[in-house]
Design a protein around this ligand. Sequence first.
Ligand SMILES: Cc1cc2nc3c(=O)[nH]c(=O)nc-3n(C[C@H](O)[C@H](O)[C@H](O)COP(=O)(O)O)c2cc1C
Length: 356
Amino acid sequence: MKTRITELFDIEAPIVLSGMSWISTPELVAAVAEAGGLGILATGVCHPRQSREYIKETRERTDKPFAANVTLYFPESKHNAKVLIDEQVPVLNYSLGKGDWIAEAVHAYGGKVVATVTTTKHALAAQRDGADAIIVTGHEAAAHGGDVSSLVLVPRLADLVDIPVVAAGGFADGRGLAAALALGADGIAMGTRFMSCKESPVPENQKANAKKMDIHDTVYTNRVDGLPARFMRAAGALRMMKSQVNPLTALISSRRIAKMMEMSWAKSFAGIMLAGPAKATQMARMAIAFEAFEAGMMQGDNERGVLPLGQVTGLIDDHPTVAELFERLLTGAQEASARTTASLATDQGSESGTQT
Ligand SMILES: Cc1cc2nc3c(=O)[nH]c(=O)nc-3n(C[C@H](O)[C@H](O)[C@H](O)COP(=O)(O)O)c2cc1C
């Protein structure tokens, strides 16, 4: 299958594994690369040394192109971005920040840059800042999708920018892939679907929980980590939706995160304070949520933790390997496309056909 993103990223299928912290590990990224797609290695919760090791391990597992992501939300995240640039990752994915300096540095070594956005404003900014493509995340998505559904967001942004668009949020099967291409996208990115693949490190109990969930069993709230995001409707998420930010807990959590990521806590703290009270409160929530994310995603604990989950969970009822999933996506897209073409065909030759 050929689209602008298969050409741009030098891959065989227009299918991207989203960068999910703790989940989009070298093993899963390499499995996606070997199947012909683009895996985004998640470095959001890694300290720079671990990011470097992850990149090395991914290269040991595959010689195909892959991406790595950086979330520019926290003041110290630029250290991770610099590692990704220094390692010359083939594709660098950034979100929640201004990426002009990233585009310049990545283009200097011949790499590609893809920005993740949820609005028209940020799509235009990414194009202006030099991104080669955008990932457009609609409301259906797990975690930080926008407030507009993919059905509307994707065609709007595909019309708005000249660079290729990857549709994310609400895609899990071949029908979705064909639909995204019909809406003007050049490919899809998926989180929820890949999370339940065999190679995903999410605990089996959590994969089984997600399998039981239907399309209505998620919540969209800004009260878990301070930004609007979607989670499995379970005890931990419902509790956090009612909770207030406790400044002392936030302080302790942020200190632990800074230590884990080998960041200067004093510098991070000063940066957060300088960002103003609204952003400081958001970041305090994010610091507290960090441990809940880890408990939900890595320990399978939905009482203490939360699990980001997209509405598309209601379309998923098995745990294929990545290779099996790719096969299914590509065949399903061809079938959906053939069905659509047949439905759209004029009724020439049909005896009972009526035309208006
Ligand atoms: C379990 C899980 C963890 C995620 N973690 C992150 C994350 O750490 N950072 C991020 O930017 N997006 C994260 N996401 C969101 C994905 O990157 C992606 O935007 C989303 O899953 C796409 O929508 P879909 O779930 O409908 O495929 C996560 C998604 C899931 C399912």
